[in-house]
Ligand binder design. Structure first.
Ligand code: PRP
Length: 216
């Protein structure tokens, strides 16, 4: 039997996903070992493999079929723009992708006078400003602590994830526009959905049942 491989984003979401899979009887003891440096784990009885990768690489592994399924935030799916099928919203890690900045930037945003936007998500920011708002802005890619950018004068606004809003508040910033809601999604390789349909759907259904949207 061919192994079905599931790519998980290292961190909290991987553990939450494993909890959901366990509810459906899918277990993998080895992956729970906090001290392990291994990246790939197998359950030969179930014909399943799991691997942990950097979050932004999950859609890449799934597009190329190195993983049949993946679990990752919709921010990463949108940003990476990979050819994958989004098959289930797990409803975990709910937050919003937003344009944020000081209240004083609101007018410039409304009147198309923003010059620079800093973000960890340049593809999402470009799509929003160029395609949806038809505004010409310079997108500056940062790798973290994006809230700094408007404070130190790198950009007028940022495009970033807002969950509780406490990072914005602590830095005198606020949500100026909401781009889209985000949450963890299950993605599937297109060919796997055809060639391994039954086994892949079985895993998706177990996850669906575990989050309480079960049909059976
Ligand atoms: C994320 C995001 C915001 C913060 C939002 O950052 O980029 O900074 O969380 O959460 P809040 O609304 O609950 O405050 P992360 O912790 O991933 O760190 P980073 O910005 O350095 O990547």
């Amino acid at each position: 039997m061919r192994y079905i491989t599931i790519a998980l984003a290292k961190g909290r979401l991987a553990h939450q996903t494993l909890d959901l899979l366990e509810k459906g009887g899918i277990t993998c003891e080895e992956i729970r070992d906090k001290d392990t440096r291994k990246l790939i784990f197998a359950n030969p009885d179930l014909g399943l493999k799991f691997f942990l990768s950097k979050t932004s690489d999950v859609p890449t592994y799934v597009e190329y079929g190195a993983a049949d399924l993946g679990v990752v935030g919709s921010d990463t799916i949108l940003e990476e723009g990979r050819r994958v099928l989004e098959v289930l919203d797990l409803g975990l890690g709910k937050c919003d992708m937003c344009v944020a900045g000081p209240a004083s930037a609101k007018e410039a945003l409304d009147t198309n006078r923003i010059r620079r936007v800093a973000t960890k998500y340049p593809a999402i920011a470009k799509d929003y400003f160029y395609e949806k708002k038809h505004q010409t802005v310079e997108i500056v890619k940062l790798n973290g602590s994006v809230e700094l950018a408007p404070i130190v004068g790198l950009s007028e606004v940022i495009v970033d994830i807002v969950e509780t809003g406490s990072t914005l508040r602590a830095n005198g910033l606020e949500v100026l526009e909401r781009i889209c809601p985000l949450s963890a999604r299950v993605i599937a390789n297109e060919a796997s959905m055809k060639l391994e349909r039954e086994r892949v759907l079985d895993i998706i259904n177990k996850l669906r049942n575990a989050i309480g949207n079960g049909q059976d």
